[in-house]
Design a protein around this ligand. Structure first.
Ligand SMILES: NC(=O)c1ccc[n+]([C@@H]2O[C@H](COP(=O)([O-])OP(=O)(O)OC[C@H]3O[C@@H](n4cnc5c(N)ncnc54)[C@H](OP(=O)(O)O)[C@@H]3O)[C@@H](O)[C@H]2O)c1
Length: 266
């Protein structure tokens, strides 16, 4: 019996990086999976790469999370296949590599649509069904950038901060009705995130950044997220040395500010 046996776990951004690794971890733990992202062919590849797991089923459900009007239909498709959603993992995301003052507002909005309004819309569409079923869990993949701003990440950090405001409020409101929220704050993880990060002109950065290359593995990150779900943790932190910045900001905010300012972008 797997630790997630028979539970229905819906992962957005499942075609790559952390989402793909989490799909594998949840599959090994016996979960039914719903895999969403925009690239249907990549999702099919992820599905084909999963090991067999008893009766556990997989639904490939292509979805652009920034199209918030598509959320209710997507939820219906999951209900038709599995009858419920036990865990929604709002993982799909896009990063940024541009200075705040040089970035047009429409690029800020694009980042907010994917990273903030997408997760909010899916949560709003799923919650009535979770409440009817007596409970459920929403996992939100925020970032260390959800705790402090950083060079070239103004809209990205804003979108991740906004997730904390929304989902921490929701957690308080619905705790007594069986809804649990796990906020995940990874540091640097070795994925394609920097390749797809948006520049000021709205095109992709297309570079694997040094910081990404030196990051921890998506597989270890996924195992840590799964542990957080199973232990009912409200916040999960996972990363390398960069995580020390969280403590420095908390206890030595002046030093933190100088340190980060002088570091420059990377
Ligand atoms: N890597 C890190 O260092 C790091 C650190 C902190 C937090 N995070 C967060 O972790 C999450 C996963 O990122 P990752 O590092 O695994 O990067 P990744 O490998 O680039 O994966 C991003 C995923 O999001 C999907 N996606 C992007 N835009 C989408 C949209 N509009 N609709 C649906 N799916 C969309 C992509 O799939 P399609 O292209 O197929 O749509 C892909 O599956 C993100 O929320 C990111 O902010 C990453």
């Amino acid at each position: 019996m797997g630790r997630m046996n028979g539970r229905v776990v819906w992962i957005t951004g499942a075609s790559s990086g952390i989402g793909k690794a989490l799909a594998l971890s949840c599959r090994r733990a016996g979960a039914h999976l719903v895999l969403s992202s925009r690239r249907a062919a990549e999702l099919a590849r992820v599905e084909a790469s999963l090991p067999p797991s008893g009766d556990a089923g997989v639904l490939v459900l292509p979805l652009d999370v920034s199209d918030t009007s598509a959320a209710p239909d997507a939820v219906q498709k999951v209900l038709e296949r599995f009858g419920r959603v036990d865990v929604l993992v709002n993982n799909a995301g896009v990063s940024q590599r541009s200075m705040a003052h040089e970035t047009p507002l429409d690029v800020d909005r694009r980042i907010m649509e994917v990273n903030y309004f997408g997760p909010v819309a899916l949560a709003k569409a799923v919650l009535p069904h979770m409440l009817f079923a007596g409970g459920g869990r929403i996992v939100v993949i925020s970032s260390i950038s959800g705790k402090f701003g950083y060079h070239l990440r103004s809209a990205y950090a804003a979108s991740k901060h906004a997730l904390h405001g929304f989902f921490e409020s929701l957690r308080m409101e619905l705790h007594d009705r069986g809804i649990r929220v796990t906020m995940v704050c990874p540091g640097r993880i070795r994925t394609d995130i920097s390749l797809h990060a948006l520049r000021a002109d709205g095109t992709e950065h297309r570079r694997m950044d040094e910081g990404q290359l030196r990051g921890r593995s998506a597989e270890d990150c996924a195992e840590r997220i799964l542990k957080g779900i199973l232990r009912d943790e409200e916040e999960v932190f996972f990363g390398g040395r960069e995580m020390a910045a969280l403590q420095i900001k908390r206890f030595l905010p002046g030093l933190f500010s100088r340190m980060m300012r002088n570091r420059g972008p990377d």
